[in-house]
Write a protein that binds this ligand. Structure first.
Ligand SMILES: [Zn+2]
Length: 413
């Protein structure tokens, strides 16, 4: 079997892995580089054209999770190509095809059932390649790792993974003693221990407990279900009401259908504010007709700001300026802090209002010690770095043998 990492040996994001036997070929992930929008039009065109080459003779594509840097080039792939994803990933694809501009609808996706703590996996066979999914802890709901078996060899691809979320223990479902572990190394150099998602919930609780008359604005990803759940739990513990926009309401509504532990507007008393004209629908589900009892008008929030936690995005600045201006507020970034640099207009306005800025966040990626724990548990013969800017550093961290590859280098395994 041949392994080729088309992209990801020297960058975080844009991952694409090819595994080929003499008769079958699959791709795992087909991600958009994180700096895609900073590239020239010509460079962008080249990146899209590469995908056509990678897809020659490919029998199927498997996606580990719904983050753009793992699936963002699927729109360049023929609609005839079978694409396998978990149910959570399929659900997010559906929602995004409705809400996000220029998003392709992926009608060709098929569901792969991963191993969870309670259920065994149902593998998919493509020619002589067998692929099994394993649910992992990451900041994308229902993210998975893949075990690829062919020609008598076992390769485990971690996808994006961490141990400090609420489902960190899931790594113990992984097969052990595999031949190769393709392991992400986003935070390979992070030697201090990551805050857990439980720590994050406690930080929100501590903040929301303050009786200071402030409105709490939280900027977090509408697709980070763990974080939204934590913020929701913190509002319950502090007797506040969570307010989300219709996009996040739709995300929670759809994911709640897959897992009733995830809070949903109607069943969990989450309020919904409408910042745009409503024209969204998925099949039979028309979001303009949903959540009729959960709608909240901005004036209700202005009248009692201390009672509410409002999840927002900097792109809502104009709406907030016109409809939700309060005298005192906290603005909490619950994302990678560097993202604030791209939102100067919003944060200048926050400063001008005298609002307090805070950062409550933990990474979606494993720190150094967690990566070691994962590697020691799996006990692979070789580790192959991916999704990292520091692949050379792997040799100083792990006791296992490290195989360094370059993009597009074919490795006969
Ligand atoms: Zn990810």
């Amino acid at each position: 079997m041949y392994l080729t990492i088309h992209r990801g040996t020297n960058e975080i994001g844009g991952s694409c892995i090819e595994l080929a036997t003499n008769s079958s070929k699959v791709l795992i992930d087909i991600g958009l580089p994180l700096d895609f929008n900073l590239k020239t039009k010509e460079q962008q065109q080249l990146i899209k054209l590469q995908v056509q080459n990678w897809c020659v003779d490919v029998d199927a594509i498997f996606i580990s999770h719904y983050h753009q840097d793992h699936h963002g080039l699927l729109s360049e792939v023929s609609l005839e190509m079978p694409v396998f994803v978990t149910r959570g990933t399929a659900s997010m694809f559906n929602i995004n095809s409705v809400f996000l501009p220029n998003k392709t609808k992926f009608d060709n996706v098929q569901i792969i059932k991963p191993a969870t703590t309670s259920l065994p996996a149902i593998p998919v066979t493509i020619g002589d390649i067998k692929i099994t999914a394993f649910t992992v802890d990451h900041s994308a709901y229902d993210a998975c790792a893949y075990l690829i078996e062919a020609d008598g060899k076992k390769i485990l691809y971690s996808g994006d993974i961490r141990l400090h979320g609420r489902k960190g223990i899931l790594y113990k479902n992984f097969p052990q003693d595999v031949d190769f572990l393709i392991l992400e190394g986003t935070n390979i150099e992070k030697s201090n221990t990551s805050k857990t998602e439980c720590d994050i919930e406690q930080e929100f609780v501590k903040l929301f407990k303050n009786k200071d008359g402030k409105l709490n604005f939280v900027w977090c990803s509408g697709q980070n279900i763990d974080r939204l759940t934590n913020i929701f739990k913190a509002t319950i513990k502090t007797h506040k009401i969570l307010v989300v926009d219709v996009y996040i309401a739709a995300v929670l509504y759809e994911i709640h259908k897959l897992n009733d532990k995830i809070p949903s507007p109607e069943s969990h008393g989450i309020k919904v504010w409408y910042t745009h004209p409503i024209k969204y629908s998925i099949g039979e589900t028309n979001y303009s007709l949903l959540f009729p009892n959960q709608r909240i008008r901005p004036i209700e929030i202005i009248n009692n700001p201390e009672n509410y936690v409002v999840v927002m995005r900097p792109s809502m600045l104009r709406f907030i300026q016109q409809n939700l201006k309060v005298s005192k507020a906290n603005v909490i970034t619950s994302l990678w802090k560097e993202y604030e640099k791209g939102e100067k207009r919003f944060f200048n306005w926050v400063d001008l209002q005298g609002y307090k800025k805070l950062h409550i966040h933990t990474s979606g990626h494993a720190d150094m010690q967690s990566l070691k724990t994962i590697a020691d548990y799996i006990n692979p013969k070789e580790i192959i770095p991916i999704h990292t800017l520091k692949k050379d550093f792997f040799e100083t961290v792990f006791r296992q043998k490290i195989k360094l590859l370059e993009d597009n280098e074919s490795y006969n395994i």
